[in-house]
Design a protein around this ligand. Structure first.
Ligand code: AP5
Ligand code: ZN
Length: 219
């Protein structure tokens, strides 16, 4: 199955994709994570992406497509994938259709995570992760049970993304409305779009998403 989580920065795509991955044995494919790994590794794709990401703009389609294609070939993606942060432009959506057609697949479900702009800036600007295991936290919404110690791995080292400040978050939101939001109508026209109220708390959004994914997976 091929599922897409569509939504602006801070909507909770990453948070929810990781939970769906565990619940359904799917693989989360985040182009943001893949790009950040490319930047850290200093690959050509990473060099091309670094400044664009720091400014909160979209990385060129060909760069994103190349790294996604590579990852989609891996065997662990056979049962199904949750695309998180991809596609983000009309060109990427068309390229995805072409890519899936090669293996007799198609987009099964697109879930639009509906939120309001204002609170999204706060969600993004307060976010940090455990440097050891990648567990996500938030200054206001999700603190570790014991201050300064990761709930999952016990690590004490945390990091913040360079684009997670109020100014860059605003630019990312602008890019979302201009280039990505039109995909909602595109997938609605194809009859695969569903909507989830992503202003609700994390557990409520999780339950709403899992009910929909269950239907798609047929289990
Ligand atoms: P990317 O990494 O995709 O970032 P994004 O889309 O801006 O999304 P975020 O990761 O910020 O938010 P999220 O929806 O995953 O929310 P999260 O679950 O973390 O992209 C980064 C950059 O890479 C882009 O700007 C672009 O330059 C480039 N890029 C990536 N893909 C690209 C593509 N396809 N094409 C071109 N360029 C591309 O949640 C946020 C916070 O809120 C967390 O702290 C979480 O704990 C909290 N939270 C989550 N849900 C809730 C809730 N229900 N209530 C309260 N708090 C919540
Ligand atoms: Zn950890």
């Amino acid at each position: 199955a091929v599922l897409i989580l569509l939504g602006p920065p801070g909507a909770g795509k990453g948070t929810q994709a990781r939970m769906l991955e565990e619940a359904f044995g799917l693989v989360q494919l985040s182009t943001g994570d893949l790009l950040r790994a490319a930047v850290a590794a200093g690959t050509d794709a990473g060099m091309a992406a670094k400044a664009v990401m720091a400014a909160g703009a979209l990385v060129p389609d060909d760069v994103v497509l190349a790294i996604l294609k590579d990852r989609m070939r891996d065997a662990d993606t056979k049962r199904g994938v949750i695309l998180d942060g991809f596609p983000r432009t009309a060109g990427q959506a068309e390229a995805l259709d072409g890519l899936l057609a090669c293996t007799d697949q198609q987009v099964n479900s697109v879930i639009s995570m509906d939120v309001e702009d204002g609170p999204m800036i706060a969600r993004v600007a307060g976010r940090y992760t455990c440097a050891g295991c990648g567990e996500g936290y938030h200054d206001m919404f999700k603190q570790p049970a014991k201050a300064g110690v990761c709930d999952k791995c016990g690590g004490a080292d945390f990091k913040r993304r360079p684009d997670d400040n109020a100014e860059t978050a605003g630019a990312r939101l602008t890019a979302y409305h201009a280039q990505t939001a039109p995909l909602i109508a595109y997938y609605e026209g194809r009859g695969v779009l569903e909507r989830v109220d992503a202003m609700a708390d994390i557990a409520a959004v999780r339950d709403a998403l899992q009910a929909r994914v269950k239907r798609v997976m047929g289990d």
